[in-house]
Design a protein around this ligand. Sequence first.
Ligand code: MG
Length: 342
Amino acid sequence: MSHQFQFRRYRLPLRVPVRTAHGRWAEREGVMVRLTDAHGAVGYGEAAVLPWFGTETADEAENACRELGRKVDDARLDSLPAGLPCLRGALAAARASEQDWPPRHESLGVAALLPAGRPALTAIAPRVEAGFRVFKWKVGVGEPADELALLDDVCAALPAGSKLRLDANGAWDRRQAERWLERCAERPVEFIEQPCWVPRTQGEAAQRRGDDMLRGLAGDWPTPIALDESIASEADIERWLGAGWPGLFVVKPSLLGDLPGALQRLETARAAVVFSSALETGVGARRALRAAFAWGGEPRALGFGVWPLFADSRFDGPHLAPFIRAEDVRRLDAEAVWNALN
Ligand code: MG
C-alpha cells in the first residue's frame, strides 16, 4: 500500500532540566511522523532518539525522512536500515491499526523516582503519602561509600511491603558493585539497574569483558540485576537472551525498531521485563504504554514517572501518579500533539 508521508522535527524545552548520567538535558529533540494510507486512515509515530544509547541522531532521522519524500509504499518503509531504530519504530507505530490494542490490565503501577544522595530521604514521605509503593533511587552519582551509608536510612523510610529499585546507570566498577550487592542481599531491593557498563564505543573486546562482569555479578549475588544501557537494540536483547541472562530487561520501547518482534522474543523466553520511558512526548508514550499494557509476562511497576516533563504541557504523557490506567493510555491524543508542533 502507498502512504502520504509527513514529518516534523521537534525541539521541546523541558519544564526543568533533567540531570542524567549522560549529561544535563534542557530540551528534547526528535522527529514526529504522520502517515495517511490509501483509505484515508491517519497514524502518528515519534522518533524519540537517544544517540548515547546507540540510536540515530535527530539529524539522521530527519535526513532519512527527507529522503522518503511525500509518498512512500510499504516496501520502502520495510527496507529502512537497522541504523534508524527510532524512526523505524515511529513509522511502524504510524502504520499500526487503531483497533488492535488489547490491554491485559486495567491499570499498572508506576515507580516513583527518588533523587540521588541525601535528598532521597525527604522525598520519600510525600510519595508514600501519594500512594507510591515502588521507588527508584538514582545511585552512582556521588561517592559510592557515601551513598551506601544512606541505604539503610532509605530502606527504613519506606513503608512495609515497598520495593526499592536502584539505578546506577553503569557508574560502578566491579568492586563497588559487589559492595552494593552484598549490602542489598538482606534488604527490600527489587533489583539493581545497570551496576556497570562498557559503552559499545570502547570496542568489542571491552564490551565482552563488561558483559562477563555483569554475568558474574548476577551469578554471585541474590539481588537481581536489570540491564538498561546494555540493551539498546533488538540485537542486544537477542544477545543477552542467547546468553541466558538470569536478570531483568529494562525495555525502552521508543528505542526499538521492531518492538512487537522484540517483545515476542522476550515473552517466549519468559524474560522479566520492566517498561521504561525514553522521555518521549505523548505520541511515543502511547506506543510504549500500549506495549506495556499488552505485555503477557508478569507485570511490573512502570518506569514512566516522568511527566509533567515539557515546558508546554500539551506534549506530556499521563502525569505522575501511583498508577497509569488503560483509560489514560487510550486518551493520549497523537493528533493533538502533532497539531501543537505547528
Ligand atoms: Mg536506567
